[in-house]
Design a binder for this molecule. Structure first.
Ligand code: GLN
Length: 491
């Protein structure tokens, strides 16, 4: 493997800073990798050759002037296509937004640009981020570089496939119920959902506003930290964005876990988890104990209901958020004799079946007479989930579980039954309901050579301890930046 795209972000950043590598060379190698892999992977919906080349040239000129802006300077990044990009088509994976070119950048995208990052393109996703496999994309699914007959996870599956394949060094994803952590887990990467409010969501096409967060997908914990430090920060354009100070997350790396109290969530580390996943998870926990962590089993009884609550709250919020796609303001319009008919036809034609299902479910759960029984109940369960977490964090510093109950599954194996797809997110959804950060770190391969992810969760704003433990998981399990067979074959 001699291509610079196979370096970690940290490695590439050092080579760029020292002048051993130019941003142009790195970008061309990235675009070459995309040429070799995209026919199989379909990680991108749009590759912005022109914009990326201009950004790489500008990054090189800045370095020549002595103007190095930090670790993302000249680094090729993929952006999930539900974040708006000025002048670059943004579809959220939906046919209803085909051809939509936003006039502005999402705040997270603007932060990447000011840090000197090179935006390679827009990565594929389940339509409006609703799904766990990218099979709900309105433009066809992405594949997993570890086995192209399997899904890369979702909804940020294109972001994960690109980073795993080397057609981006790092990517932005969004996580409403697991959409950063689960694809990272299935593609052998680190994926991190920050505390709700830590990263601005201005310009993120809203799915479920009380749950959505933007975060990084990277090859190492350090690379995730580097990316998070660029995109985190208060934004007056997002009323939910956190106003307090941000600690230096990097300093928590390499500190080990001596004396750190780690709780294994019993409800998420037993029944329903594939035996290969469970045994890799348990070995990683043992390795943490060997390096000084204090391990205990913690019961969070409300976990049993978290998934059901999520599948009422998320659809309820999406039914409101997606009302704006009415054929008038954005994207597709299918004409009709009246405004009502035009709107109905536009939505019937523009939304795929899963999005339609969610809008219908959500509208039903919010309607008069049913509101209390469904949405109201779900909100009560959400409170119980938060209380369970708060109680647990009185005794432990972090909670851990597998990220996903199973490794990458075959295309079509879960599409016939929506419930079987929903169950994929059982371990990740609770952190979205409670608002705290969560990270997935690759730990091992299963018997079919597919990556297994380890999840660390922390209380809101507990990123320092989260990264501290995640970095130790990475160290003790010796994943060693393993690369997928597709990359070995194509590089
Ligand atoms: N798979 C979950 C869903 O379909 C989570 C999606 C997400 O996090 N965006 O809703």
């Amino acid at each position: 493997m001699s291509s610079p795209v196979d370096l970690t972000l940290a490695g590439a950043a050092a080579a760029l800073r020292d002048g051993q590598l130019s941003a142009r060379e790195l970008l061309e190698a990235t675009l070459d990798r995309a040429v070799l892999t995209e026919a199989e992977l379909h990680a991108y919906l749009t590759i912005d050759h022109q914009g990326a080349r201009a950004a790489a040239a500008a990054a090189d000129e800045a370095i020549a002037r002595g103007d190095h802006t930090g670790p993302l300077h000249g680094i090729p990044v993929a952006v999930k296509d539900n974040m708006v990009t000025a002048g670059l088509e943004t579809t959220a994976g939906s046919q209803i937004l085909a051809g939509y070119v936003p006039p502005y950048d999402a705040t997270a995208v603007a932060a990447l640009r000011s840090a000197g990052a090179v935006i390679v393109g827009k990565s594929n996703l389940d339509e409006f981020a609703m799904g766990s496999s990218t099979e709900n994309s309105g433009y066809g699914p992405s594949a997993n570089p570890w086995d192209t007959g399997r899904v890369p996870g979702g909804s940020s599956g294109g972001s994960a496939a690109a980073v795993a394949a080397g057609s981006a060094q790092v990517a932005l994803g969004s996580d409403t119920g697991g959409s950063i952590r689960q694809p990272a887990s299935l593609c052998g990467l680190v994926g991190m959902k920050p505390t709700y409010g830590l990263v601005s969501r201005y310009g993120l096409i809203a799915f479920a506003s009380s749950l959505d967060q933007i975060g990084p997908i990277a090859r190492t914990v350090e690379d995730a930290v580097t990316t998070l430090e660029v995109i985190a920060g208060h934004d007056p354009l997002d009323a939910t964005s956190y106003r307090g100070a941000y600690p230096d997350y990097r300093s928590s790396l390499g500190r080990g876990v001596d004396g750190v109290r780690i709780g294994v969530v019993s409800e998420l580390a037993g029944e329903g988890i594939h035996p290969d996943v469970l045994s890799a998870f348990r070995s990683a926990v043992d390795a943490l104990a060997d390096t000084g962590a204090i391990i205990s089993e913690v019961s969070l009884p409300s976990m049993e209901y978290a998934l059901s609550a999520y599948y009422l709250i998320a659809p309820a919020e999406c039914s409101a958020n997606l009302a704006r796609f009415d054929g008038v303001r954005y994207g597709l319009r299918v004409d009709g004799a009246t405004v009502e008919e035009m709107t109905a036809r536009t939505r019937a034609e523009g939304f795929g079946p899963e999005v339609a299902r969610r809008v219908l479910l959500g509208t039903y759960a919010l309607s008069a007479g049913y509101y209390e029984a469904f949405y109201g109940q779900a909100q009560k369960v959400r409170t119980l989930v938060i209380q369970d977490f708060t109680r647990a964090y009185a005794h432990v510093d972090v909670l851990v579980s597998p990220t996903s109950p199973m490794t990458a599954f075959e295309f079509g194996s879960r599409t016939a039954d929506p419930l079987s797809m929903y169950l994929v997110d059982v371990c990740t959804i609770p952190s979205n309901l409670a608002g705290g950060p969560g990270i997935s770190v690759p730990i091992d391969l299963d018997t079919s050579n597919l990556p297994i992810g380890f999840q660390v969760m922390a209380p809101p704003l507990g990123e320092e301890t989260l990264f501290r433990v995640a970095a130790e998981v990475e160290r003790v399990t010796a994943w060693n930046d393993r690369r997928p067979p597709l990359v070995e074959a194509r590089s």
